[in-house]
Write a protein of this length. Structure first.
Length: 526
């Protein structure tokens, strides 16, 4: 490996020669890859996992690790159907909904045999229902792994940064324990660069690149693409998304490899416009590859809007100094970025990219304003608890008056003064009649020095990719399954319109076990 991160380059026709053979090869080692491999191995298959990065976990390990589960499959299906807004077939949604009702027991079973592992009580994990008031929303809850006090996440995963309450590293630790216990081979620093197919477009194996060069690996039963999305591929982001630029939060590994490999075999694509994310600060070092996410506040359901009581200490204004959005929508880490993508057709510019987060000294002293989620041994970053490091670095800046602040960001001082005065008046009235932010999140901005920073729309993970059916088989442009090719996880996620918190984690488990069992159940071609 030369230090670069290679991208997949498509597919090649079979020449009959292979360097080694497995029943099932899994591409990517996050949650979905791990669960796929476990299920394939438990179905009697010999399994290889190939991961391009030097460390496993993908973006999964940076997540909250909370698996979205459901009490009722019918209620979950009804919710997912409305949530998808016609972008995903019913049978695919039904498979996910059915799996959500079994996910809690599946996670519990995984933890039973891992020393020090357990599951948080359901109420503590947040049995608060879905993010939006769709039919069936009450059925949802989270299942999250916890480890005892002897578990040191920084020792186990030194390149991972996520908030202390997140269970992402703990969940991956449990999955990895099961991978090791089954003797499943994992090869890190081993990107898959091409699929191998025959003249009938049947997948026979793949080509990997490691320190010895390229190797051809036969997959006697099937290949599972569980290698995530394309959030670190700038060209794909430019082609599929309107806003520019959009920063990336967590992993350099997700460069659309699985999408390109599936496309080379004729795969249809879906949901390419939809990504999970919010807004974030830039690191002052131009070579630092990741955005520094703004703090995540608890999600809320519009049905329970009056119960939201977690103060959000900032507002967001555009390049004209005017507020333009609800900074705290029901699920800010999914739709918080959307208002920022507006393009002014007269100027061909994006007047909300960057936008500006503004708070005051009271707000800056309340809690850390960043919530960094990174899986990268070279670029781990720890946000300071009191924001002092970020003020010293210039990620955040100070101004002694609103007019000074306006001069710093280059906006009309009268407009900015009007915007902040308007906001404070809304706080006093108890009603954000402009954009509908919940009253319990509203805090005045009136105590100098004022603290501010430029923020950009930021992707945590993408939802788009190859179309798959309810059996996780990848579908081509003629609506036929590509033989022996499966998808798992967020590679072509079912979430094509709105997201459900913890939904991608559920997909990793549900689609992982469907794909793993499906690939292992194929009749060997050789």
């Amino acid at each position: 490996m030369d230090g670069t991160i290679p991208r997949a380059d498509g597919a090649e026709l079979d020449t009959g020669a292979f360097d080694e053979t497995f029943d099932v090869v899994v591409v990517g080692y996050g949650y979905a890859g791990g669960i796929s491999a476990i299920e394939a191995a438990d179905s009697g298959a010999s399994v290889l996992i190939c991961e391009k990065m030097p460390d496993p976990g993908g973006v999964s390990i940076c997540s909250g690790g909370a698996v979205r589960c459901a009490d009722s499959a019918d209620d979950a299906f009804n919710y997912l159907q409305e949530n998808a807004a016609g972008t995903t077939p019913d049978d695919v949604l039904r498979a996910l909904a059915d799996g959500m009702t079994r996910a809690a027991k599946y996670v519990e079973k995984l933890t039973e045999s891992v020393e020090g592992a357990g599951v948080k009580p359901t109420l503590f994990s947040g049995k608060r229902g879905g993010n939006y008031p769709f039919k069936g929303w009450q059925t949802f809850f989270h299942t999250q792994v916890v480890m005892d006090d002897g578990f040191d996440r920084l020792s186990a995963f030194p390149g991972v940064r996520t908030r202390p309450s997140s269970g992402g590293p703990e969940m991956f630790y449990v999955i990895n324990e099961h991978i090791e216990r089954r003797g499943i081979e994992v090869r890190l620093n081993t990107p898959v660069v091409r699929l191998i197919r025959n003249g009938a477009n049947e997948v026979l194996g793949l080509v990997v690149r490691d320190t010895s060069g390229e190797r051809r690996i036969c997959a006697r039963r099937g290949v599972i693409l569980a290698c995530g999305g394309f959030e670190f591929d700038d060209e794909m982001k430019r082609q599929y998304w309107e806003g520019k630029p959009i920063l990336t939060a967590s992993s350099r590994g997700n460069t659309g490899d699985g999408i390109r490999m599936a496309q080379a075999l004729g795969a249809e694509l879906w949901h390419m416009w939809h990504f999970h994310g919010s807004y974030a600060f830039k690191h002052p070092d131009a070579d630092f590859p990741f955005a520094l996410r703004v703090k995540r506040l608890p999600d809320w359901n519009p049905i329970k809007k009056d119960e939201v009581d977690v103060p959000m200490v900032w507002i967001i204004v555009d390049q004209g100094g005017e507020r333009f959005m609800n900074e705290c929508p029901p699920y800010a880490q999914d739709t918080g970025h959307r208002p920022m993508h507006f393009m002014d057709p007269e100027t061909q510019s994006y007047p909300r990219i960057p936008a500006y987060l503004i708070t005051d000294w009271t707000g800056c002293s309340s809690y850390q304003l960043g919530d960094v989620r990174v899986n990268d041994r070279e670029y781990a970053y720890d946000w300071s608890e009191d924001n002092s490091k970020e003020l010293q670095m210039g990620i955040l800046k100070q101004a002694h008056s609103v007019r000074d602040l306006a001069a710093e960001i280059g906006v009309d001082p009268d407009k900015l003064e009007d915007s902040i005065e308007r906001w404070n008046a809304l706080c006093d009235s108890g009603d954000d009649s402009d954009y509908g932010r919940p009253f319990g999140t509203m805090t005045r901005i009136d105590t100098p020095p004022y603290v501010f920073g430029a923020v950009y729309p930021t992707v945590s993970n993408t939802q788009g990719g190859p179309v798959h059916d309810a059996r996780q088989r990848i579908i081509d442009v003629s609506n036929a399954p590509i033989p022996r090719l499966y998808a798992a996880g967020e590679l072509g996620s079912s979430f094509g319109h709105l997201y459900l918190s913890g939904g991608n984690i559920s997909e990793c488990f549900v689609t992982g076990w469907i794909a793993g069992q499906g690939a292992a159940g194929e009749k060997p071609w050789r």
